[in-house]
Design a protein around this ligand. Sequence first.
Ligand code: ADP
Length: 472
Amino acid sequence: MNILFVSSEVVPFAKTGGLADVIGALPEALSKRGHTCSVILPLYKCVKENGFDPALFKEEKDFKFYFLKHGNVNIYFIESDEYYNRDQLYGIPQGDYPDNALRFGFFAKAIVALIPHIGRQDIIHCNDWQTGLVPLYIRLFHKKDSLFSDTKTLFTIHNMAYQGLFGREYMRRLNIPGKLFNMHGLEFYGRMSFLKAGIIYSDAISSVSKGYAREILTKELGCGLDGLLNTRKKALYGIVNGVDYSVWNPETDKFIAKKYSARDMGGKLECKKDVLGEYGIKYDPSRPLIGMITRLAEQKGIDIVADCMDKLLELGIDLALLGFGDEKYNNIFKGLSEKYKGHVGARIGFDNVLAHKIEAGSDMFLMPSRYEPCGLNQLYSMKYATVPVVRAVGGLDDTVEDFDPVTKKGNGFKFQEAYGEALLASMKKAVEVFKNKDLWNTLLQNGLSCDYSWAASAEKYEKLYNEFVKII
Ligand code: ADP
């Protein structure tokens, strides 16, 4: 198949979160299965800063396309200095860029304009609200065009809460017929929704774990679109994300202080000392180091951590946090690292190298998310012999099994409620097991033996593409 991935972020060119990791790995995994895979993303300022220099591919009146080959995958970039030559992808800590509707509307138009140059695609795999207009433009304006008539679109929701909501006036500016502005069309409580466009006009929809695919059908986590999604339930699938073990693997990781493996974990201690050094925390073998790498947003439950920091420290732990996001939480965590200097460190910013160091150097990894479509760091953690402590929700619930010291089964610790008491109870259990070295090693080995490589998930996507290429 010819498969085209459309995404607003892709590793190693541009990243703010897990979406970039997924689109950085899935196309390569599918190309290994014999498919021709291409990816399109905006030519952000950071692409050059990350050391890439794509070549001019095609120039049209309204669009300029760039290209490079990365592994087996064709990567196309859409250039627009006006829209993409900025310091961030979507906005600054004080808020989103005000012209995001135009930035990603332009992106969708450019994608449709690129296809005649790269040839017919069997599948156009769109991701999140930023690409929601792609299925709409194809269905409304190109379905009779032989280049698109057999193409199927899959729309993957990586996070239901980010919907791309904009004023009604953008309907006209984005060439979308005004009659579609109603509750059965693109309207969402008086605004137009890019996410709704993706859900309504794609041939099939998926999300990034079975658990989250179920949860978004409910009032609690459907973010106001559970009704619409229920009408498309038959076309909704859940496929868990994989891990790119060529990037996240302590045996080969070039960013960590010392490499180690499941057979020889000697290097992990050096990695821990390295992280402690970064954060100005003194090494004490009796104190487990808890790592957190996260967008600082309420979704991630970081307010719960902030609120119970006193009690967390009473359990005899140290905490190394790396995060970036809402200004409010940037400041709260800066404050906490001052207040608890020597035991809590917070680095506010985006730092891929430090993220690898934390995965390797921590004893546990905390993810108290309110909701979590898939979550990747719990999977990375298992590979780095770092025990995930997570809230039982979405992909975290699907992938982490609570450790039972009696049966010695389980690969982490899990709690149910999004409250400090539940988090503390789970962490207390984890700290107790940490003190029993034999039991702890069993737990580490349980995590290390889990295989979340992309191969299995890529096969599921392939099956899904095959299924709806035939039936729709
Ligand atoms: P989400 O996509 O909701 O942010 P995921 O768990 O799916 O959450 O993916 C997060 C990805 O982004 C992981 O690869 C994580 O290591 C990375 N990440 C998040 N915040 C930072 C940061 N401040 N610095 C470096 N990497 C980060």
